[in-house]
Ligand binder design. Structure first.
Ligand SMILES: [Zn+2]
Length: 485
């Protein structure tokens, strides 16, 4: 038995073909050629835009020309991860699929059901002769996984429709109705490097063991942010001992909550004890504060050799004060949808760049576009007050929750009728391609859903076979309901 024997056969047969075509992010040429071939073979009008997205159009059935248009959308690229011992070549080899009970997985690699299964469902709809409906489009984007560049650069006339069904969610029974937009705010602070005083003893202090997590979806979990904690520690220590700051470093990825931080400071020999007491008191205090969210938080202090340079005292104070004053965490919660973080900011990292420059990276997210800018302007202002030079990334647009969305109401009813339970309707505090489509077609009414996938972006990625049938029936149900509207 192979995946071609699974039900619904049309969907699994197309998915089987997709798994044979290499499609790493930013290397979509092969899968694009395959998609164009598919459109030609099925006599579907199709279009490719400058960035490489592909659109295919299935015309309305006779008499259904006035039915609202539905766009089925998925991304054509996949995350390419494999086990250490795998010899798989993602640029050339087909993905080897394995049926494991109710699941399909790959042999030591990512499966690419994210979002190959979304593509398969869309392509199956475009070619299933049993469907009688209005105009249907399949829209396939490039590079969702490493930059959302396909969705950010949708060509003129690529999106034609009233409703968009994004097939890139991973939980059976959950319909997503909103996502956050994001922007990064980066500040550089100049400081004067001075020769390290020789009459000081130097210590490396570290704060570690924190959970970290996703800067959007985990920002409301009250986890400790190492970047914020090191600023707080360095601010606090000043009330106990005089010190010189030689080095500071915290966090790493822009879109992660910082897990570790370290600093090197120098104190007078007679202040050694005071420093150690103040440090241990600080660690005990924050351990108590975060006992529920950060049980593994710990701090270490070790003597180290004298560094060559320290940061001029007034510059060090200014930069630490500024980072300490900068907001971090949830800034507003949604009153549209209970439990949704609406706006947040993450103090991602502090890094010493070339001599004389410290860089602080932060990222802001919001479901509400104006609040995203409010958040990033506020962070910018704090940094500028502290003498920082500030720049922002281009950012991407969010997708605000709309309880009156017609397609959402239709989808909830279809799911409830099919499965006898209401689906969960969720908003996520992270980016999806949906927000970006609003730039190309502001009137789009959208939802996002898909069959259950586990372990996405890792070699343990697996797709739940019964959930594919459910997603397929759900899709057909939505199309039928829209056709009757
Ligand atoms: Zn995806």
């Amino acid at each position: 038995m192979t995946i071609k024997d699974l039900q619904p056969a049309l969907v699994w047969n197309i998915f089987d073909q997709i798994t044979k075509v290499p499609r790493p992010s930013k290397k979509e040429a092969k899968i694009r050629e395959w998609l164009i071939g598919f459109a030609q073979e099925h006599n579907l009008e199709h279009k490719v835009d400058a960035i490489g997205n592909v659109a295919m159009f299935r015309p309305a059935a006779p008499g259904k020309e006035n039915v609202k248009g539905i766009i089925l959308q998925a991304h054509m690229d996949m995350v390419c991860e494999k086990n250490k011992d795998s010899k798989h070549d993602f640029d050339n080899d087909p993905i080897e699929t394995i049926i494991d009970g109710e699941w399909v997985c790959a042999n030591g690699t990512t499966l690419g059901a994210d979002d190959g299964m979304g593509m398969a469902i869309a392509l199956a709809v475009l070619t299933d002769p049993a469907i009688v409906a209005g105009p249907i489009e399949g829209f396939f984007t490039v590079d969702e996984e490493t930059g959302l560049t396909g969705a950010s650069n949708v060509g003129e006339g690529m999106l034609k429709g009233d409703y968009l069904l994004n097939l890139d969610s991973e939980d059976d029974g959950i319909i997503t109705m909103s996502c956050a937009g994001g922007i990064d705010t980066l500040a550089t602070f100049d400081y004067k490097p001075l020769a390290a005083p020789e009459d000081l003893v130097y210590f490396e202090i570290k704060l570690s063991g924190m959970n970290g997590g996703h800067s959007g979806t985990d920002i409301n979990t009250e986890r400790a942010c190492a970047t914020r904690l090191i600023a707080r520690l360095l601010w606090d220590l000043r009330s106990s001992v005089e010190y010189e700051l030689a080095h500071v470093d915290a966090g790493n990825l822009r879109n992660a909550i910082a897990r570790d931080a370290e600093a090197v400071i120098g104190v007078k020999d007679f202040d050694k004890e005071k420093l150690s007491v103040a440090f241990n008191t600080f660690v005990a205090t924050v351990k108590e504060e975060f006992k529920n969210s950060e049980p593994n938080l710990f701090g270490t202090i070790e003597s180290v050799d004298a560094p060559a340079k320290v940061i001029a005292r007034e510059d060090a104070e200014r930069i630490i004060n500024t980072v300490y004053a900068a907001p971090h965490g949830v800034l507003s919660v949604s009153l549209e949808l209970e439990g949704l973080t609406e706006t947040s900011t993450n103090l991602s990292s502090i890094k010493m760049k070339e001599e004389g420059v410290i860089e602080v990276v932060t990222s802001q997210r919001s479901a509400v576009e104006s609040r995203k800018y409010d958040a990033c302007h506020r962070v910018e202002t704090v940094f500028k007050l502290g003498g920082g030079k500030v720049r922002h990334s281009d950012g991407y647009q969010g997708w605000a929750p709309n309880k009156n969305s017609k397609i959402l109401k239709t989808a909830v009813k279809v799911w409830s009728d099919l499965y006898g339970v209401e689906p969960k309707v969720e908003a996520i505090h992270a980016g999806l391609e949906c927000g970006l489509f609003l730039k190309a077609l502001p009137t789009l009414d959208m939802i996002s859903y898909g069959p259950t996938l586990l372990g996405v972006h890792s070699p343990s990625e697996r797709c739940h076979i019964p959930a594919v049938q459910k997603s397929w029936d759900f899709t057909l149900g939505i199309i039928e309901a829209v056709t009757k509207e």
